[in-house]
Design a protein around this ligand. Sequence first.
Ligand SMILES: Cc1ncc(COP(=O)(O)O)c(C=O)c1O
Length: 387
Amino acid sequence: MRIDSLARPSVLSQPVYQPGKPIDYVARELGLDPAGIIKLASNENPFGASPRAIEAAIRALAQGALYPDGGCYELRRRLASFHGLGADQFVVGNGSNELIELLGHVFLGPGDEVVMATPAFVVYKLVTLLFGAKPVEVPLRDWTHDLPAMAAAVTPRTKLVCVCSPNNPTGTANSGEQLEAFIRAMPDHVVVVIDEAYIEYLENPPDLKPLIREGKNLICLRTFSKIYGLAALRVGYGYASPDLCALLERVRQPFNVNAIGQAAALAALDDKDFADRCRRANAEGMAAVECALSDLGFKFVRSCANFVLSKVGDGTGCFSRLQQRGIIVRPMVVYGLNDWVRITIGNPEANGALLEGLRAWRFSSKGCPVGLSGGFDLKLTEKSASV
Ligand SMILES: Cc1ncc(COP(=O)(O)O)c(C=O)c1O
């Protein structure tokens, strides 16, 4: 008997997540020195992590023989003082990806619907399908979540509505007023998930905690993988009502968040200066990359996160060309954006190398004709998001 025939049908039809290519993988594939490879494919922090977080992680390793605190007591207390909520209003996950899956465990089954934007972070759709529920995808408007259209897509079967702001892969954000009006308009049987993975890159981030305090069915997700530079340690969290957090606690693994990650995350929260410096450096890098994309005639979506979506002709071709130069970006075929790549903003050196690579692509035999005559739109930027 084939093992496949024993699997749940939703597993067999489950699409597989395609991550940004790891540096070592590309080095092996192309025979390159890993030290010379620049990864701009997964929106990690090119400035690494706070030295305080790294020291805390190293200290925690000394206790590596012991299981971690599965309840993340210290981290939840620290998050509570950081956000001005109760410690019982936090649930910590193995990255915020795990929290999206835990929401599936708690709320989703066959017949349920999840409203999400397209293109948006692909994990909402993967988790929805994994639990046999139906993704209801609402196209972006001006590259931004079309919240009125998403509200109109809610039915009595809707369990979750996922809003990614700033959105991956576009980098656009909805304003606090838009989000609040949307959340208030949601019926009681719907849980709103606001994914705030990139919120720390906003100068004036919206604050949805008053709605949580009011008791709305709302959970906000955050991560230590982006501005805090701890992607390898896998720590994310959600904040919501104590009742919603308690449901998620029921379905997590006993030791889902490792002790090294917990220690590093605690220390990272204390180093506000580091996060502020990264935000400023990202804004400078973004301005330089946007300026160069304009000069090259590549259209892009104005982003308020740490990455930019740009129309470069043949996205997969551009990705391969850059990869040959040791620069990894993300082709967007998976989102149906065949002519686009998503580029993480790097440090000044990485941005310089990227721009040289893009220039070479632009004036190569493959890049040039697509760019100039293949119906390529030379309008330089898309409408910017209102934040
Ligand atoms: C919008 C968004 N949400 C969540 C995540 C998951 O982050 P993590 O699981 O590393 O916390 C990512 C990662 O790229 C993301 O882009």
